[in-house]
Design a protein around this ligand. Structure first.
Ligand code: FE2
Length: 305
């Protein structure tokens, strides 16, 4: 299957919504052209790579095993996690912005809104993302995620439903998590929003995990699924991030962060990420004054985690 292309933002216009005094009110950015997605209907050669006795073509039950046909995997009951890599210029800009916020003694402590057992969690004014031209990139990220999820959610109704609609997106207050050895984020979800995202700006050298057969858990993010494990699926996903990694996921996706250790006397021990929550709505619902789906905007400004 070809990779789906995460296009840079194409913002055609903006629509003011909500209470201008509420931190949750921002501008919905409407995009006119749909995201370019290639190869969304893969053709797969239906042929097992495993040679077993049941693949023995001498066996009459295996007379027709090499068949080429179009297949789809349907899973409308779950929301995937989008994983991407920040473009270099966006990464650089976010590092610069976070350096400034961390150095500013007047930056707003966002910790009271969060569950992390972490000392330094600071809000980033959204204007900093708008003024440096990276806001559009993140809004387009939300829209791309929504389109792909809607394609899956409504697969039984229409093909590529997410691409049939124009989507509006809004970012709520982003925040920095400056995590150091011993600090952690218990498993949680986010409220008052539809989607959440996290990007990684700094990852320090960490001591190896205590158990060699579990090498990638220290400092890792955990995405926990609602399912039980089977021969064909896992209960969750643990990922040790690198600088530039970027995830978008459902706000109801359970997630957390493990602690990590650094060598004694190590100077740079900061694991720095920036997270944000987001809202979305189809443009037709917005034009018809329909409410936002499955969330209240009441506490969305708080971005409680
Ligand atoms: Fe979180």
């Amino acid at each position: 299957m070809k990779e789906k292309e995460f296009k840079p933002p194409t913002v055609s216009r903006s629509i003011e919504v909500g209470d201008a005094n509420s931190p949750a009110s921002n501008q919905y950015q409407a995009v006119t052209p749909p995201a370019t997605v290639e190869g969304s209907t893969p053709t797969v050669e239906y042929s097992s790579p495993v040679e077993t006795s049941t693949r023995n073509e001498e066996n009459p039950v295996n007379k027709r095993t090499d068949i080429t046909m179009e297949i789809e995997l349907l899973q409308p009951w779950s929301v995937p996690v989008l994983k991407a890599k920040l473009p270099d210029d966006v990464l650089e800009t976010m590092i610069e912005i976070s350096d400034k916020v961390l150095a500013d003694p007047n930056s707003e402590d966002w910790g009271p809104n969060l569950v992390g057992q972490i000392d330094k969690e600071l809000a980033i004014p959204r204007e900093m993302l708008i003024d440096t031209d990276v806001m559009g990139f993140f809004l387009e990220g939300i829209r791309t995620f929504v389109k792909l999820c809607k394609n899956q959610q409504y697969a039984s109704l229409t093909k590529e439903a997410g691409f049939q609609e124009e989507w509006l997106a809004e970012m709520l207050v982003p925040w920095i998590v400056s995590q150091h050895p011993g600090e952690f984020n218990p498993v949680h979800e986010h409220s008052g929003c539809h989607v959440s995202a996290v990007m990684y700006l700094k990852v320090p050298e960490m001591l190896p995990s205590k158990k060699a057969h579990r090498p990638n858990e220290d400092g890792a993010i955990i995405f926990q699924g609602p399912n039980i494990s089977s021969a064909l699926c896992e209960t969750g996903f643990t990922y040790k991030p690198a600088v530039g990694d970027f995830f978008i996921f459902s706000a109801q996706q359970q997630h957390g962060v493990y602690p990590f250790r650094c060598a004694e006397g190590q100077q740079d021990t900061e694991r720095r990420s920036v997270a944000f929550n987001g809202l979305f709505q189809s443009k037709s619902d917005f034009d018809n004054n329909r409410g936002l789906e499955q969330t209240s905007r009441g506490n969305s400004a708080g971005a409680l985690t």
